[in-house]
Structures are given as C-alpha cells and as structure tokens.
Design a protein around this ligand. Structure first.
Ligand SMILES: *Cc1c(COP(=O)(O)O)cnc(C)c1O
Length: 381
C-alpha cells in the first residue's frame, strides 16, 4: 500500500458487529469476560481499547514500523521513552529542542541520576565527542523547534551501530508523510499527534513507533503501568485527522514555500529559518531525508526587540497568536515568551532563540490572504 492509501486504510477494518466504515469510539472501561481471564483480547481499557488499537496499527503503518503505541499526549509519549533509561545513563540531545521536552529531561529525569548533554547537532561528528559507554539515548528533533535546524538522521544512526544507545527522533514537525526516521536507522519515532497528525487543533495525544519487539514490550508495559493513555474519542479524532494528512501536508508545504520567499525578500525581515530555502545551512540534508520542507517557519526582524515582535503579532488578523501548530489554521507565536519560556534566558539566547524570533505554523488557507496579512502587519512596524 502506498502512503496516500495507508492514511485512509492501514490498520482499519469495518466494524465486525455492524459493518460501520468508521472505527467506532469504544467508550468503555471494561469488557465482559467469557470465563475468568478468558476474553476477546480486551480486559480493561487502560491496557487496551479497540479504537486505540486501530490508531496504533495505523501509525505503525505510516512510519513503516512493526509497532505503534499511543499515549495521552506527546509529552506522555516522550516520558515513556525516557523511562527506558536508568540511573547512571546519559542522554545526548540537540540543544534546539521543544521547550516541554527540555523541561521534562532537566526537571523530571535528571533528578533520578540521568546525565544530559544538550549540544548543537548537525551530523554524527557533533555527537562523537559526547558518546561514551553510559550513553543510552540520543534524542533529536529534526526539523527542530523553533529554529528549523536539520540533523542528518542516517549519519547518526550509522555512528550508533557499535553502541548500545537508542536513537529517538521527534518527528512531529516533519510528519510521516515527509520523513520516516526508522527507515533511516532510528530505533524510536515519537510524535505529538496533537499537531499535524490530528491536524485540527482539537485533541492532545502522542504516539511512538518502533520496530524492535523488546522496546515495544517495555513501552506497552509502561503504557499500562503508568496509565497515560488516550481516550477512545481522542484516538477517533486522530484517526479522522490522519485520513487527510497527505492533502493537508501538500498544501502546508506549498503555502510555506510562498511565505518563506515573501519574508526572505521583505526589507524588515532579517533571517528566515525554513529548510526549503537554499540558504538554509542544512538544506541539502533536508532535501535528502525529507520529501518536502514542511509548514513550520520562523524568522527574526532587523529590529531585534521584544516590542517589535509583540507589535507584529498584535497586528495579524488571520494568523492567530497561539501556542501549538500543525492545524489547518495559521498560527503565530513568540518562542522566547511562549513555547520556550521554560528555557533560562541565557541558554535560550545561546541557542539562537532571540527576542524578535517569530514562529509561524502555516495553515492551509489561501496563501495570498496569508501573505497580505503578514504584509500589512509588517508595514505597521
Ligand atoms: C507539542 C510538541 C510536543 C509535546 O506534545 P504534546 O502533545 O503537547 O504533549 C513534543 N515535541 C514537539 C516537537 C512538539 O511540537
């Protein structure tokens, strides 16, 4: 099955009871047993639920994985992956990272005796000096949030071949339509399915995809033991969103192309961060490992002040000032004070999240309206 068919059919079956085409929302906490512990594969809904099973099977197919495991949020998924580690282990992660992931690793995991190295990563050679026998997890985000940095996934997977460390990729920005990290040698793929997979800003949910059976067993064990599971309605909404992933992503990418070039040529804009621009330092890597360049973009102003950024955001009309991303509607945000506020100011500036940095989640509206909106807001500066 090709990707455009998988999003609509993979892992899904007409309901055996009624023939319903859409996966039913099995809104139940428990299931009638035939005899003690003799049942139809479902005993209690924290452990398993048919709507969740359908979503997990669908996600596995999209990432060319053997297994999918769904969680109550992207952070719950990342938390489960982080619990593969034990005291004394070390993590290497790219410093340009989703703020919530940084917070989880530093404030929730480090106190248990796990050491973190946050470093700028482009390719394997950046990781090598930090790699040792304690390294158990390489955590990378590509494209990264909010600077749209690109990391060469395959070069890092190759480096780890002789090490006992997992390579985990947060694939939220790319989506499985644009990039499949497991095919490039990664061990674990994580999505905040809240974003492009759900696609309609109406659900909080996370998923993990893996090939290795022992990692799947451990994550499934954590899923039922810690209990951060998504409800059946959330799984249904995510499955429904995924059906249009291909057409949405095509439009997100097309719109982003127009807007990136518009901003790149605008006199008030300093730098545009979008991997599709030939001036992006790792454009060639993005072109190699992604099908297209995605709908997320950020930029700085020549007037690099908080005031200018706030004024611009106050004046957009179609772009709503909001956290999150990946929905059909366009959003504008200010990483320094919003998504990345959990990172201390000096750390933040060191990694390039400047005061005037503005992040756009480009929706699927008519791009002419989006450009006119940004244009009038920039004119008011
Ligand atoms: C939003 C986001 C997360 C966290 O996901 P939630 O569903 O909000 O818990 C993790 N990684 C990235 C890249 C994100 O954008």
């Amino acid at each position: 099955m090709r990707f455009g068919t998988k999003v609509i059919h993979a892992g899904l079956h007409a309901d055996p009871a009624t023939g319903a085409i859409m996966t039913p929302i099995y809104q139940t906490s428990t299931y009638k047993q035939i005899a003690p512990n003799e049942h139809k594969g479902y005993a209690y809904a924290r452990t398993s639920n048919p709507t969740r099973t359908a979503l997990q099977d669908n996600i596995a197919a999209l990432e060319n994985a053997n297994y999918g495991i769904a969680f109550a949020s992207g952070m719950a998924a990342i938390d489960a992956v982080s619990r593969l580690l034990k005291p004394g282990d070390e993590i290497i992660a790219n410093s340009d990272l989703y703020g919530g992931t940084y917070r989880l690793l530093v404030n929730c995991l480090a106190p248990y005796g796990i050491k973190m190295h946050f470093i700028p990563i482009n390719e394997a050679s950046d990781v090598k000096p930090y790699l040792n026998d304690q390294t158990k997890l390489l955590w990378i985000e590509t494209p990264s949030n909010p600077l749209l940095s690109i990391i060469d996934i395959k070069s890092i997977a190759d480096l780890l071949k002789d090490h006992e460390a997992y390579l985990a990729v947060d694939n939220t920005f790319a989506t499985p339509f644009l990039q499949n990290p497991l095919d490039l040698g990664a061990d674990i793929v994580v999505h905040s399915a809240t974003k492009y997979l759900g696609g309609h800003s109406d659900v909080i949910i996370g998923v993990v995809a893996v090939n290795d059976e022992s990692i799947k067993d451990r994550l499934t064990f954590l899923q039922k033991s810690a209990g951060a599971v998504p409800g059946p309605m959330d799984c249904f909404l995510t499955l429904r969103g995924i059906k249009t992933l291909v057409v949405r992503m095509q439009r997100h990418c097309e719109n982003a192309t127009h807007i990136a070039h518009f901003l790149d040529n605008h006199p008030k804009v300093n730098k545009v961060f979008w991997p599709g621009l030939s001036t992006h330092p790792n454009h060639h890597i993005a072109a190699k490992q992604m099908k297209n360049f995605g709908g997320m973009l950020s930029f700085t102003l020549h007037n690099d002040t908080l005031e200018a950024a706030i004024k611009l955001m106050a004046n957009t009309e179609i772009f709503s000032l909001a956290e999150s991303l990946g929905g059909v509607e366009s959003l504008i945000g200010h990483p320094a004070s919003m998504t990345h506020a959990a990172i201390p100011t000096n750390e933040r500036q060191k990694i390039g999240v400047l005061d005037s940095l503005i992040r756009l989640s480009i929706g699927i509206e008519d791009y002419n309206d989006l450009i006119e909106d940004l244009s009038q807001a920039l004119d008011k500066l």
